[in-house]
Design a protein around this ligand. Structure first.
Ligand code: GLN
Length: 243
């Protein structure tokens, strides 16, 4: 029998305040629904990260928490090993900023070195981006899907030449009010929306799983989820037109 697919949730005590742990539950559930065994592994600072994970998940958190998280991750080192071995990293908000080259914190914009897994840099802005966000995700096969979520960040992110935008903003702020949202570089995806975003956008969840497993997965059609997505998109567009 093949080994269970390991989904590693990194540092809930630091990067857990926005409920992004739900992304891991969605990934596991979508694997189990297809008869693929999956383990959810939760790692806290002080525990060693396994290097054998298929997907690593970083979530949102406060500036101070993300400074600690990056320090622990660098000391641990296993995330870098796992990425060299072909793992997928899905990083949301603070996690996205941590995965980049640098981010700034505090009134004096102290520059903190990130993990350098994504060619992006983040700086504090003068206002926070808070609210529902709707973006158009350019899927690798050339088709487009809508992504919905809730953004809440004070850092604004600029992409370097090594990273490509994950999506383009229809409503909301995204990276830096430049029309782009998130970043992709090889097997690393960073994005701002919470939700959890994979619960709201199952196609993105399946894309991550397909990259991690290196094969396509049969769809899991669900009329209720489709209808809920339709309602959310309509609600964000209604709200957006009043902004
Ligand atoms: N602390 C970061 C910021 O404000 C990330 C916030 C978050 O994870 N929601 O930009």
């Amino acid at each position: 029998m093949s080994r269970p697919v390991e989904i590693v949730v990194v540092y809930q005590s630091l990067l857990g305040i926005y409920g992004d742990r739900g992304n891991a539950m969605v990934l596991r559930s979508r694997l189990l629904q297809r008869g693929i065994d999956a383990d959810l592994i939760e790692i806290e600072p002080g525990d060693r990260l396994p290097a054998s994970g298929a997907v690593y998940l970083l979530g949102g958190g406060e500036d101070a928490a993300q400074v600690s998280a990056v320090k622990y991750l660098r000391e641990d080192g296993h995330l870098f090993e796992a990425m060299d071995d072909g793992a997928v990293l899905f990083a949301v908000c603070a996690g996205y900023q941590i995965a980049g080259q640098t981010f700034t914190v505090g009134e004096r914009d102290q520059v903190i070195e990130g993990l350098g897994l994504l060619d992006v840099t983040t700086r504090r802005g003068t206002e926070r981006a808070v609210g529902e966000i709707l973006t158009r995700w350019q899927r690798p096969d050339g088709t487009e899907s809508l992504i919905t979520g809730f953004e809440n960040h004070g850092g604004f992110t600029t992409l370097g030449p090594g990273a490509s935008p994950l999506a383009f903003v229809e409503i909301g702020v995204g990276n830096a009010n430049d029309g782009t949202e998130g970043a992709v570089q090889g097997r690393v995806i960073g994005t701002y929306p919470h939700g959890p975003v994979l619960a709201r956008n199952p196609e993105l969840a399946d894309h991550l799983l397909e990259v991690a497993l290196g094969r396509s997965l049969e769809p899991l059609p669900n009329d209720e989820i489709t209808e809920l997505r339709r309602q959310r998109v309509a609600a964000i567009r209604r709200q957006g037109s009043r902004r």
